[in-house]
Design a binder for this molecule. Sequence first.
Ligand code: IMP
Length: 410
Amino acid sequence: MNIVVIGAQWGDEGKGKIVDFLAGDAAAIVRYAGGANAGHTIVLGAEQYALHLVPSGILYPGKRVFLGSGMVIDPEALFAELGALKERGIDWEGRALISDRAHIVLPRYREIDKERDAGRKKPIGTTGRGIGVTYSLKSDRDGIRVADLLWEEKMRDLEPSDRDFLARYRDKLLAMSTDMAVEMRRLRGQNVLLEGAQGTLLDLDLGTYPFVSSGMSSAAGAAVGAGIGPGAIDAVIGVFKAYSTRVGNGPMPSEFDEGADSALCAFVRETGREYGVTTGRPRRCGYLDLVALRYACAVNSMDALALTHLDIYDTLDEVEACVAYRIGGRETTDFPASVEALSQAQPVLRKFPGWKRPLKKCRSFESLPQRARDYVAFIEDYTETPVGIVSVGYERGETIIRRNPWQTKR
Ligand code: IMP
């Protein structure tokens, strides 16, 4: 069975935790998009791990993880991350593998990325990791793939500094390189978890373009990025937080108002630890945006949702969520393509009574307070998608499973 886990918002939804949880029943985990712009945090007891390139499944001893064809890989960042894992006793040799079709990020792309963004009239606020540069070179057909390290003529034609850089990592990368078409064929009939990065609203095609990343972070990208056809995807799970966050620039219709909502914003940011794992930037925070979430469910053909950070709202008297946009005097529940329309959109909020009880210890859906269950039921109705997993804390065990995706057939 192949299950895709994707972000249903602007990234940072808590995918790392859900992937880590589902990885327990997977024979292999494939990350299929993005690069070192991502940041996945996983808490295991007293230990906290921040992963950028390596799939979260690496924390399970012995499990095989793949960096898929849809990824862009910065060798310096990759080996720094693997080195740090090794120091903490996580053995990766022989079980962390890279698609030979994945593209390589050169160090100078990071500077180009930053310069290009600074030169934009409206900067995107990239992570400065060279992601956009690598993906554009890929589209231009001027990129460098892992397989190209064996292509002598191509290597010879590179700038000397690029060639020297690649020569330093050549053997290490080739030792990890593999053909994903072959690997996925061999894995047929076993459980494979396809791990997304970023989120639907940062997807190059489906997101709030141009304020997006450059990879295919949506469910469709999972097939290409892993080396299978879309028909081989058995389920798509979308992860979303009980509120919204966004890093970088671009429209965010349900963003907390700087004046009226400043206390709520500070509370959510501190309680939810809403600071970027990759850049340390404070994340923009806002109400749960159900208009955007329903759009994400539709464009990814989402089978189920995983709700995270519900416990952040434990102490609030009232919880609010955005159920429509008001744009130029008209109300809509459809997510517009136009960045101008999205920037003008005013959130129409609906209030829900707070549950005012800690959720951390709840281990079944029935043990959640009725008001929390009502909030979840409203989300399910609105998005027409079941909420199969509810996370009530950072720890691996602080998770309620209503539908185990590995045991749920479409
Ligand atoms: P880039 O991917 O570095 O080009 O950045 C493009 C946009 O995507 C910026 O607004 C980033 O802040 C955002 N972004 C990229 N990766 C992530 C992520 O993993 N989480 C949240 N935002 C991200």
